[in-house]
Design a protein around this ligand. Structure first.
Ligand code: SF4
Length: 332
């Protein structure tokens, strides 16, 4: 059995809006090992969510289109040359579960939690309603929802945001997903509830040997939980490595900027946060040189005269950087 659970190679996705082509994902390759927590980090609009939605083949077509890329999950080819290669209904929710930022987008407001939960379980397992109900109650209990039997009779609006997010994690637990993709799972929650949801995801990972992809703009939050980090900018991965590589030896100027923007308790009184100046580029009108150059404090004529930098290995490990000045050595 391969150690790699999910492998995505050369994924390209665009959105066609009138005359414009928005290059949302521009040749993204990454992998997730079994029983691993991987964070995909970047600002809004950098393509991190579109990448995961494309892996799940949930991109609305049109206007979106997967142009290129291969995706393999547990030796099953999901996508080949940008085309579906398997019946995703057998994979989605069952082997790969996705949790979104706002649980209300996944929960139907007019049906009770229990009815929705039972339907989800029965869509993936050939069991009767009574048995599915039992699994649902057990799963709600496992994610720390008190009075699970009573909560099954609630409508989504009768629960708090944190509680609804727990319900979605319970869906993934009940379906025994091998991979959970959590897209900004804590963004809409209070800070204390954020930590609880992250801890819960880690408990699920431990008890079910699941792998987890956390998609987030919050590098500070995920760095406590992830094994490896991919940093995305303007539809590309611009740095990747172990969490230790990224935290102790951030190399791409954008990653350094992201880390400088994370509040640190010990420095809270002394230092101001350092924001990254400027805004991300339009993905419909990208330069053919480094897309970070307009915001990069180190940008020079060389950066603007060469093609966009490729990911290159830094050192002997799995630390990769796409920068002409700071990322050198072996090709990824
Ligand atoms: Fe900055 Fe140049 Fe590196 Fe781009 S290639 S990140 S502009 S130093």
């Amino acid at each position: 059995m391969s150690a790699v659970l999910l492998e995505c190679k050369g994924l390209k996705v665009s959105f066609f809006l009138g005359e414009k082509e928005v290059h949302a994902v521009r040749g993204v390759s990454y992998h997730v090992n079994r029983n691993e927590v991987v964070a995909v980090v970047g600002e809004s609009g950098c393509g991190k969510s579109v990448t995961q939605m494309s892996v799940m083949q949930l991109i609305q077509t049109p206007p979106g289109k997967i142009l290129e890329g291969d995706v393999k999950f547990d030796e099953i080819q999901l996508l080949k040359d940008g085309k579906p290669a398997t019946d995703m209904n057998k994979i989605r929710g069952n082997r790969i579960a996705m949790i979104f930022q706002e649980p209300m987008t996944s929960l139907n407001p007019v049906f009770r939690i229990g009815d929705q939960f039972v339907d989800v379980i029965r869509a993936h397992k050939k069991i009767d309603r009574k048995e599915a109900w039992k699994i649902a109650v057990k799963s709600l209990d496992a994610v720390g929802i008190p009075d699970a039997e009573l909560r099954m009779r609630n409508y989504p609006f009768e629960m708090s945001g944190g509680m609804r997010q727990r319900v979605l994690i319970a869906f993934a637990v009940a379906c025994e997903a091998d991979l959970i993709i959590a897209d900004e799972p804590t963004t809409a929650l209070d800070v204390t509830v954020q930590a609880q949801v992250m801890e819960l995801l880690m408990d699920v990972k431990k008890s079910h040997n699941s792998s987890i992809i956390i998609v987030t703009h919050n590098l500070g939050l995920v760095s406590r939980y992830s094994d490896r980090i991919y940093v995305m900018y303007a539809g590309k991965i611009i740095e990747s490595g172990t969490t230790e590589d990224i935290l102790t030896d951030p190399t791409h100027p954008y990653t350094i900027g992201l880390l400088s923007a994370v509040p640190k308790i010990e420095e809270a009184r002394r230092d101001h946060l350092v924001p990254i100046e400027g805004a991300p580029p339009s993905l419909a009108d990208l330069p053919d040189y480094c897309s970070f150059a307009p915001r990069c404090p180190y940008a020079c004529d060389l950066c603007r005269s060469l093609k966009e930098p490729e990911l290159l290995r830094k050192g002997n490990g799995d630390h990769f950087v796409a920068c002409h000045l700071f990322g050198k050595e072996e090709k990824a």
